[in-house]
Design a protein around this ligand. Structure first.
Ligand SMILES: [Zn+2]
Length: 507
C-alpha cells in the first residue's frame, strides 16, 4: 500500500519497498519519472531532495530526509547556500541579498556590485600570465544571454537564452551538458533581435520556475521554466510588437511598442506595474517631428536619476514616470559611437556619450532637456560608467580628462571594458577588460570584424591581473561575462568553451 509524505513544497508517494516518487510539486506539473531517471542528481538538487549514499533502498528520498528509513544509512543532501542572482546589465531592482547596485550609479550598464576584486586580485599581478582555470562547453546556440539564479528552486542554475533562434538552454552541472528546454503548447516565440537584448529578472519569484520578463517580436512575456520536466512556457503581459527591450524605473516597467496600421505605424511607450497591472500607452513628444521615432536598432535601456533612457544612432528617448516620454534626435552633424561603450559618468554625476561631428570626437551630455553640453576630446575612448580608456591608458578623472600614462608602450593597444565593479570602497575604477595588443588601426575597425592578433583578458584594479589571452579574436565586444556557481565566466560566440575563474581561494 502506498503512503503519502507531505512536505512544504511537494507530496511524495512511498510505494512498496521504500520506493519514493514525487506525486506533485508546488508549481510543477507531474514529473515524468522515466524521463527524469537519467538525471536524478540534478532533479534531487533542484527539489532539495536526498539521494542514497550508502545503500540502494531507493533512488531518491523526499526533502528533509537525512537517513534511509529502511536501513538507517545516511543520505546525500544538498547543503542550502545562497548564491546571488546574476543578470548582467539590468535596470530591475535586485534584492538586498543579490548585491544591488548603489543608487548613485546608472542601472542597466554592464556593472556589478559583486565583490569580484577581492578574489581576482589575490592572483599574481602582471607581468605574470594566468590562464582560465575552468572550462565548460559553449551552449550549442552560442549567441545568447545568461541568467544564473535559483528561479525559486533549492539551488542556483544557469540558463542561456539564444534570443535570435528561440532556443532556451539549461546547464545540467552533474551531466556537464546543455539541455534544450522544450516549449510547452501555446508558448510564445522568444526571438528578439531588432534591438539590443535585455530581460527583466523576476526577483524573489512567487512561484517556482519564474525567470524574467522577456521581450519578443510579439510582445512582452513572463518566462517560466520547469527544469525537472525540461520544458518552459510563457505568460503574456502585453501582446503588441516590441521595438526596444524593456526597462524598469522606480515602481514602473516600460518598453517601446508599435501601434497602428502599416501606413500609420507609430512608436509609443507602454508602461505598467512590474506585474503588468495598471498599464498605460503614452504618446511620445518629439523635439524634431521630421525625424520619426525609429522602429529598430535601440540599445538596451538604462535608468538614472529616476529617468529611463534608450539610446539610438539617431537620438535618445527619455522618460520620467508621470511625464510624457521625449524623443530627442542628436543635433546634426554629431553622431554617437554606441559600439565604443556606453554612457560614462563625470565627477559631478552627469552622464556623457562618445560621438563624432565629422571633424573630431567629443562627449555629449545625456538626459538633459536641451541638446546638452559638449566636451571635445582628441581621440576615441572606450568604456562606460567610470571604466574608460584612451588606447592602452586608463582615464581616471572626468571622461574628457587626460589619461594616466604609466607605460608609453601602450600606445599601440586598445582596452575595451566588459564589466565594471561598483560599490565598496574602491579607490579607482576597476573591472574586467580586453587589452587588444599590437593593433594600430582605428578603434571602430578593431570592434567590427578585424582579426585581432592578440587579446589579453585582464582584471584592472588596485592590482592588474592577466587572466588569459586569446589569439585571432574577432568582434571583441561580443564577449559576455557572467557569474555563476561562485565563478567568473567569459563567453564569446566563436569559442568552443566558456572560460572560468574561481572567485574563492582554492583550498
Ligand atoms: Zn537504505
Amino acid at each position: 500500500m502506498a503512503y503519502r509524505w507531505v512536505t512544504a513544497n511537494s507530496v511524495w508517494l512511498e510505494e512498496e519497498h521504500n520506493r519514493f516518487e514525487l506525486e506533485a510539486g508546488r508549481d510543477l506539473v507531474r514529473i515524468d519519472w522515466p524521463a527524469a531517471r537519467h538525471r536524478l542528481p540534478d532533479v534531487a538538487e533542484l527539489l532539495g531532495a536526498a539521494l542514497p549514499a550508502g545503500c540502494a533502498h531507493a533512488a531518491i528520498y523526499p526533502e528533509g530526509f537525512a537517513f534511509c528509513p529502511d536501513c538507517g544509512a545516511p543520505l546525500r543532501t544538498t547543503p542550502a547556500r545562497h548564491l546571488p542572482s546574476w543578470w548582467g546589465a539590468t535596470t530591475a531592482n535586485l534584492a538586498a541579498d543579490d548585491h544591488p547596485l548603489p543608487r548613485h550609479v546608472p542601472h542597466g550598464l554592464p556593472q556589478t556590485a559583486l565583490p569580484l576584486a577581492a578574489a581576482l586580485e589575490t592572483r599574481p599581478p602582471e607581468p605574470a600570465r594566468g590562464q582560465a582555470e575552468l572550462k565548460i562547453p559553449a551552449p550549442p546556440n552560442a549567441v545568447c544571454v545568461f541568467a544564473a539564479a535559483t528561479f525559486g528552486f533549492a539551488v542556483q542554475r544557469l540558463l542561456a537564452l539564444a534570443y535570435t533562434r528561440n532556443v532556451l538552454q539549461y546547464w545540467d552541472p552533474h551531466a556537464q551538458r546543455w539541455d534544450v528546454l522544450a516549449p510547452e503548447e501555446g508558448t510564445a516565440d522568444l526571438r528578439f533581435d531588432g534591438s539590443q537584448y535585455a530581460w527583466l529578472p523576476i526577483v524573489q519569484p512567487a512561484r517556482r520556475g519564474e525567470v524574467a520578463l522577456v521581450p519578443s517580436e510579439q510582445g512582452l512575456y513572463r518566462l517560466v521554466i520547469d527544469p525537472i520536466g525540461a520544458t518552459f512556457r510563457t505568460e503574456p503581459i502585453l501582446e503588441v510588437p516590441l521595438v526596444a527591450s524593456p526597462g524598469a524605473v522606480g515602481r514602473r516597467i516600460a518598453c517601446l511598442v508599435v501601434s497602428g496600421a502599416h501606413y500609420a505605424r507609430t512608436v509609443r511607450l507602454w508602461t505598467a506595474a512590474p506585474d503588468g497591472a495598471d498599464p498605460e500607452a503614452l504618446d511620445i513628444a518629439s523635439l524634431a517631428p521630421d525625424v520619426p521615432v525609429p522602429t529598430a536598432g535601440w540599445a538596451r535601456p538604462y535608468s538614472y536619476d529616476n529617468q529611463l533612457c534608450w539610446l539610438h544612432e539617431e537620438g535618445q528617448l527619455l522618460w520620467r514616470p508621470g511625464s510624457a516620454p521625449r524623443w530627442q534626435p542628436w543635433p546634426f552633424p554629431w553622431q554617437p559611437r554606441l559600439q565604443c561603450g556606453g554612457p560614462t559618468r563625470s565627477r559631478d554625476g552627469r552622464l556623457w556619450l562618445l560621438g563624432h561631428d565629422g571633424a573630431a570626437y567629443s562627449l555629449r551630455e545625456l538626459g538633459t532637456e536641451g541638446p546638452g553640453q559638449v566636451e571635445p576630446i582628441d581621440s576615441v575612448r572606450l568604456g562606460f560608467g567610470t571604466l574608460l580608456f584612451r588606447r592602452g591608458h586608463q582615464v581616471k578623472d572626468d571622461p574628457w580628462a587626460a589619461p594616466d600614462v604609466e607605460d608609453q608602450n601602450r600606445e599601440d593597444a586598445y582596452v575595451l571594458p566588459l564589466l565594471e565593479t561598483v560599490g565598496a570602497a574602491r579607490s579607482q575604477p576597476s573591472g574586467l577588460v580586453l587589452r587588444i595588443e599590437g593593433f594600430t588601426g582605428r578603434a571602430e575597425a578593431a570592434l567590427s570584424g578585424e582579426v585581432l592578433p592578440r587579446t589579453v583578458i585582464e582584471w584592472v584594479g588596485q592590482r592588474n591581473v592577466i587572466l588569459d589571452d586569446v589569439a585571432r579574436l574577432k568582434n571583441p565586444a561580443d564577449c559576455v561575462p557572467f557569474v555563476y556557481d561562485g565563478k567568473l565566466w567569459l563567453h564569446h560566440p566563436s569559442w568552443n568553451a566558456i572560460r572560468g575563474w574561481h572567485l574563492k581561494e582554492q583550498a
